[in-house]
Ligand binder design. Structure first.
Ligand code: S3P
Length: 450
């Protein structure tokens, strides 16, 4: 759980070329889902390559609290002995999801149609984030929720005694909301339908099918329509978690802006609902190539090679691509600072309700580092200064947000003056080996006295 400990200030200095292989950890979204779906199966699910970041470890603890047997076998190998759909026990204590919106929202959905009561809390960041986006749809199944004002955590959910299936159109592009509704639908009789106007990451749909649920997806005039038949017996799986494209984004983007760099990031999942950043970077003129393209576990995978790209240009990012790169805008804004011209990012108001208000957090830090940024409620523009012309030299606030902290550390690798963050501790939520991995490539990041 981040945010409970001592802040870890960090400083990143301009470094020589980044070179070598960056083996980034397992995918965060798939790791959470592996544990939750494993806990809802009958029998033993085995997982390799699980992301052992704080967010996922909090979900593992939560699954134990709901009655599953979750065992860490070391080296990213875990097993989950599930209790079956509808088999969750009532937790004896408060469920602390730390920093993780994905963890808390998916687990709320997963318990909403079982007649038990659970209370959820998180760190200072999570307790500010909106939960009505999940409590509204689970109320339609018959669940009740009692939270703080504005639908904030801590919050108690009373699961439905006699759940009814639901047809729900998500009011915002959110894989967490879609997934919460589908997980709630698992223990409702009949068919639960979710309609989303824009495609968001589809790991829940793919994995539910893998676990043996009856689920279908069709394109309809309103968007994507997902139909799930309730009360299946989920069958345990053997899951190899692919490496996280959202974590790969940091060494990839750092290599593009640090002179002379050549970094290979092997075995990255390129599911189209996740890979929007890489398309955008290529449009900006990045020297980014896919090597050894293949399919693994039904997902497209490749090794990414990123090389220093001195002639990056600002572009208008296609807003239709926003959902497929929603976690990557902070690091994209760093690359944009080193490009020539404006990078325009529209249709991104969801960035304001992530682990932090990511537009505000990046805009403040970039400005402090000498980069001009304009912003509105759902758009922002970074005015690129070109390579060799980004001043840096500021301490930026990470606002308990791992991706903000890592983005500013990458900025420091290529800026003219060192860049610091007040607190790099949240990096451990999603990318616990970030400092070591970047140091191996040649980065100069140090923990500084507070
Ligand atoms: C996630 C969905 C996204 C993303 C988050 C992980 C998921 O959130 O930002 O990091 O695993 O479903 P939203 O559903 O809020 O867009």
């Amino acid at each position: 759980m981040s945010g409970h400990g001592t802040p870890i200030p960090m400083t990143s200095r301009k470094c020589g070329p980044l070179k070598g292989e960056a083996r980034v950890p397992g995918d965060k979204s798939i790791s959470h889902r592996s544990l939750i779906l494993g806990a809802l199966s009958v029998g033993e699910t085995r997982i390799s390559g699980l992301l052992e970041g704080e967010d996922v470890l909090d979900t593992a603890k939560a699954m134990r609290a709901f009655g599953a047997e979750v065992v860490d076998h070391g080296g990213g190998n875990w097993s989950v002995h599930g209790v079956g759909v509808g088999g969750f026990a009532e937790p004896e204590n408060v469920i602390d999801c730390g920093n993780s919106g994905t963890g808390v929202r998916l687990i709320m959905g997963a318990m909403a149609t079982t007649p038990i009561t659970a209370t959820f809390t998180g760190d200072a960041s999570l307790n500010k984030r909106p939960m009505a986006r999940v409590t509204d749809p689970i109320a339609l199944f018959g669940a009740r929720s009692y939270g703080r004002s504005g639908g904030r955590l801590p919050m108690t959910i009373v699961g439905a005694e006699t759940p009814v299936p639901v047809t729900y159109t998500t009011p915002m592009p959110s894989a967490q909301v879609k997934s919460a509704v589908l997980l709630a639908g698992l223990n409702a009789p009949g068919q639960t339908v979710v309609i989303e106007a824009e495609a968001t990451r589809d790991h829940t749909e793919r994995m539910l099918a893998g676990f043996g649920a009856e689920i279908s997806v069709e394109d309809v005039p309103e968007g994507r329509r997902i139909t799930l038949t309730g009360q299946p017996e989920l069958k345990p799986q053997v899951i190899a978690v692919p490496r996280d494209p959202s974590s790969a984004a940091f060494p990839v983007c750092a290599a593009l802006i640090v002179e002379g760099s050549d970094v290979l990031v092997p075995n990255i999942g390129l599911n189209p609902t996740r890979a929007g950043l890489f398309t955008t970077l290529r449009e900006m003129g990045a020297d980014l190539t896919y090597e050894n393209e293949r399919f693994e576990g039904g997902e497209p995978v490749a090794d990414l090679r990123a090389k220093f790209s001195p002639d990056l240009k600002g572009i208008e990012v296609d807003p239709a691509r926003a959902a497929s790169m929603i976690d990557e805008y902070p690091i994209l804004s760093v690359v944009a600072a080193f490009a020539q011209g404006d990078t325009v990012m529209k249709g991104v108001k969801e960035l304001r309700v992530k682990e932090s208000d990511r537009i505000d957090a990046m805009a403040k830090g970039l400005r402090a580092c000498g980069v001009e940024v304009e912003e509105g409620e759902d758009w922002w523009i970074v005015k690129g200064r070109g390579h060799g012309n980004v001043p840096g030299g500021a301490t930026c606030e990470s606002h308990l947000d791992h991706r903000i902290a890592m983005s500013f550390m990458c900025l420091g690798m290529a800026a003219e003056n060192p860049v610091s963050v007040d607190d790099g501790a949240p990096i451990a939520t999603s990318f616990p080996i970030f400092e070591a991995l970047m140091a191996d490539l040649g980065a100069d990041i140090v923990r500084t006295a507070g």
